[in-house]
Design a protein around this ligand. Structure first.
Ligand SMILES: C[S@@+](CC[C@H](N)C(=O)[O-])C[C@H]1O[C@@H](n2cnc3c(N)ncnc32)[C@H](O)[C@@H]1O
Length: 290
């Protein structure tokens, strides 16, 4: 992939422009087939090329650019960053890294393949080296892990359950993942220092809240419940033919100004989520050592 051709930049959607690519419906149907490494890599690269021509990609690029162009200490203000630590065109000097959980079986599932292709486009646009992107899904087959390594990505071998501490600005890419994965990620980064380092692309927290019984949401996913009021969600565009793939997706960031308005007690010794009341946890937990 080009290192220079697709930098993050705000691009305008052409109003009223007719869609040129025509609707081959993409469904979430997954099929099982033999994994051929070369063929699978080519299919992913072809999907990247297809997405790059889509008008809605410009919307993703613009939203990503807006999130990335402000250094964490400035993310609650509008306008281009003009701070130490940001470059002239507004990008961060500090190299971003990326963590992707829950992509799914991209060799057999069309949705997961499109999401992987989108991840590769995002890395390219954000100039994030492929090796600085860690991916994990317990559903990956050994063949899929080989494909991901062939693409240049770093494949994690341990189930972190989403509990990854952001020590530098990090893009987290969690497409249609279980709520516990988001909740664990928030818990691990539950401080005024760490949350602003996160740029999360995944399902909107407001939508999660609307779809979950209030009492259970507060009890089981308390970090998401608290984050709803302080995060900034920018919805990402999704064409109807890709609704199964990119629906209800947002860029979520945590402006420092909003975090500072919360009482100090919000941050004191946050308890690790346990989920003992959840009958359907939606994520695969790591095996407990006996
Ligand atoms: C609802 S599926 C979404 C798959 C795909 N992103 C899509 O939209 O079709 C949730 C995914 O999360 C993965 N998952 C479950 N537990 C996980 C964990 N602890 N860490 C990372 N991924 C996990 C599952 O294996 C599954 O692929």
């Amino acid at each position: 992939m080009s290192k220079t051709g697709e930098e993050w930049q705000v691009a305008r959607r052409r109003k009223g422009a007719a869609r040129k690519t025509k609707s081959r419906q993409v469904s979430s149907t997954c099929s099982q087939e033999e994994l051929d490494l070369g063929k699978t890599v080519k299919r992913i690269r072809d999907t990247v090329s297809e997405l790059r021509c889509e008008e809605f990609w410009q919307g993703w690029k613009a939203a990503g650019s807006a999130a990335l162009s402000k250094p964490p200490e400035n993310r609650d203000t509008e306008g281009p960053a003009d701070q130490p630590g940001s470059s002239k065109d507004g990008r961060l000097c500090q190299q971003l890294e990326c963590v992707c959980y829950g992509l799914g079986s991209f060799s057999s599932c069309v949705s997961a393949r499109f999401q992987l292709a989108m991840l590769l486009l995002l890395l390219d646009a954000g100039q994030i080296p492929l090796k600085d992107c860690s991916v994990y899904d317990p559903a990956f087959s050994s063949g899929e892990r080989a494909v991901l390594r062939e693409l240049g990505l770093t494949v994690l071998t341990e189930n972190e359950e989403g509990k990854r501490l952001a020590t530098k600005p990090t893009l987290f890419y969690l497409m249609h993942c279980g709520k516990a994965l988001y909740n664990n990620l928030l818990w691990k980064n539950w401080s005024v220092q760490c949350l602003p380092l996160m740029i999360l692309i995944g399902n909107g927290f407001n939508g999660m809240m609307d779809r979950t019984v209030g009492r259970e949401f507060q009890r089981d996913y308390s970090y998401i419940a608290q984050a709803v009021s302080v995060c900034e969600e920018r919805r990402l565009p999704c064409p109807s033919r890709l609704i199964d793939v990119f629906s209800d997706t947002a860029v979520i960031t945590f402006p420092i100004g909003s975090l500072n308005r919360l009482p100090q007690s919000t941050w004191a010794e946050p308890p690790e989520p346990q989920y003992q009341h959840c009958s359907d946890l939606e994520i695969i937990q790591r095996e407990t050592q006996s």
